[in-house]
Design a protein around this ligand. Sequence first.
Ligand SMILES: Cc1cc2nc3c(=O)[nH]c(=O)nc-3n(C[C@H](O)[C@H](O)[C@H](O)COP(=O)(O)O)c2cc1C
Length: 197
Amino acid sequence: MNFDQLLERRYSCRSYTETPLSEAEIKELIAAANCAPVGSARYMDLHLTVVQDKELLMKLTEALFIRVEQKKKEMEAIVETVESQKAAPMPRDPYYGAPVMIFISHKKQDLQPGIEWCNVMNVAMFIHLKATEMGLGSCFAWGVLESERMFPEYSHNELLNLPEGFEPLIGILVGHPKEEGKRRNLPVDRLGINYLP
Ligand SMILES: Cc1cc2nc3c(=O)[nH]c(=O)nc-3n(C[C@H](O)[C@H](O)[C@H](O)COP(=O)(O)O)c2cc1C
């Protein structure tokens, strides 16, 4: 699969079969994650947690459901300009039935403000693209952790058993898609742009 074919196949998968990922598949995804570029090559500041325990995952959604109740309007406002997302109801399972969620955590730091977000996203993106190449579905999972940041009193992140000083910033769901994703036409003008001479 060349890069353009990968782009045509990539999408956020929101419906998975119950088939678990094999150990070999998980290993391949983790190997791709390890190839991601990280600022100043500080790979020691990143940590992955592979979770397959659905009960544990559901415990981590408490803050999300509190947020849905308390901040419904604000959450709707985030997607109100996006036609395809407008009618999407809040799913009862924000993991969409995916058999695996990989949390990407970063050591807290203020030496390079903000670099932790870029680093975790690079790692997540490499997993996303590798999953696409492997014919798997995947989707970034931001809402669960963002809600915990908003309502820390409902956070259960201690369940992730992270090394001291690390916090989970983003997750990525991976699994076997219920339906095969269609090849997409590649957009070329969705982003604002200006050219300087
Ligand atoms: C930083 C980031 C966070 C995201 N968080 C979520 C999420 O929590 N739940 C979800 O269903 N999709 C999430 N997405 C997926 C986006 O909604 C999706 O990429 C966008 O709608 C474009 O659709 P596509 O990926 O299928 O092209 C996230 C994407 C990014 C880049």
